[in-house]
Ligand binder design. Sequence first.
Ligand code: HAM
Length: 411
Amino acid sequence: MIEAVRGTKDIFDKDIAKMDLVIRKAEEILKRYGFKHIITPTFEETALFKRGIGEGTDIVSKEMYSFVDRGDREITLRPEGTASVVRAYMEHKLYGKENFTRFFYYGPMFRYEKPQKGRYREFYQIGAEAIGLDTPELDAEIIAMGYHLLTELKIEDIELQINSVGCPVCRKEYREKLKEFLQPKLDKLCHDCKDRYDKNPLRILDCKIDNCKNETQEAPKMIDYLCDNCTPHFERVKKHLELLNVPYVVNTRLVRGLDYYTNTAFEIVTNKLGSQGTVLAGGRYNNLIEEIGGKSIPAVGFAAGVERVAMLIPDDDITDRLDVFVVNVGDENRGYLYKIVDMLRKAGISTQYEYEVKNVKNQMKNAAKQNAKYAIIVGDDERNENVAVIKDMDNGTQEKLTLEDIIKKLK
Ligand code: HAM
């Protein structure tokens, strides 16, 4: 028996109902904020992610699904959406058409990570990117939008953590200070952190291993090294989050796993998903567009892991009920049954009926099995009078109504 590949999954039943709900709700909210849908390809030239996300990151150095296609092109299944959106923005010269562009997207992403609860090799993200403005008020709105997206889905017990990772100028100085601090402790750090020391020392602050966390307790903080441009930016983001009534905590150890961030970095976390507690994350990335060969254009955005958000939605919030099951008393009423089914479906009411010839008792059993809200029962009399009996499956009451009145009632 061939099974789904490790780290991938089939999504159905309640899980797909929850993921659909997350995507539908997010799409609705993002549109309200002025974001427009974009679909980019699921694979891109490998160089896009190498340059965009950074060669020293875990994603690029060990998690990408990369291959050479039949035309000798170096291809990678996208591990995230930001680089692709920015590539599309440049390719279509959207900067020439408007000075502010907002896109949202959703779809599968691919990372060769160790699978566990909430972490897959193929997973879905819904993301938003706002390109063209460097103002901290925009960072605050983007963060608020991510926060509202989760609270509108009634997701509780979340914490918004923010930090500033500075700009290349102040980060350079901080990096040296951090390395100075880490140097004498290098022997005590884990294998991965030793590796990060030269490639990406800031990531050491994000190590999940207790010993590394303890050793770096007293490490210098990026926010103490922010330059004259980055300090006021961070202060204004915080101020506007307060004005927007979005609660946050400053987490000075927050560094993201992608190299493109400048200034604002943020994550919304929960303690309900074990170690994979980050449900939505993002930040500002003012140098990415230039990095991949474009102009210098500032941008900010985030992405949420759809599976992780879906896992936080209670089963009770998923109402997957059939509206109507139509039952016929005697198969000679099929024609009338089809007419009713057609009318109901055209009116937007979900409707099922029995395909095989079965007695009323069995048809009613099927109606109950399908969790129908109503059964509509038609026999010879009803057909002759152009009416039907509608039965409320929850309380058992029934009444005889014209087809028009049935539709009115159900709507
Ligand atoms: P990221 O933090 O790598 O950021 O991913 C964003 C979210 O995707 C995570 O917080 C998590 O919920 C979900 N996620 C990541 N990896 C997995 C996985 N293996 N399985 C399940 N869910 C996962 C980005 O991707 C950036 N592009 C976000 C961004 C947009 N920054 C600016 N604009």
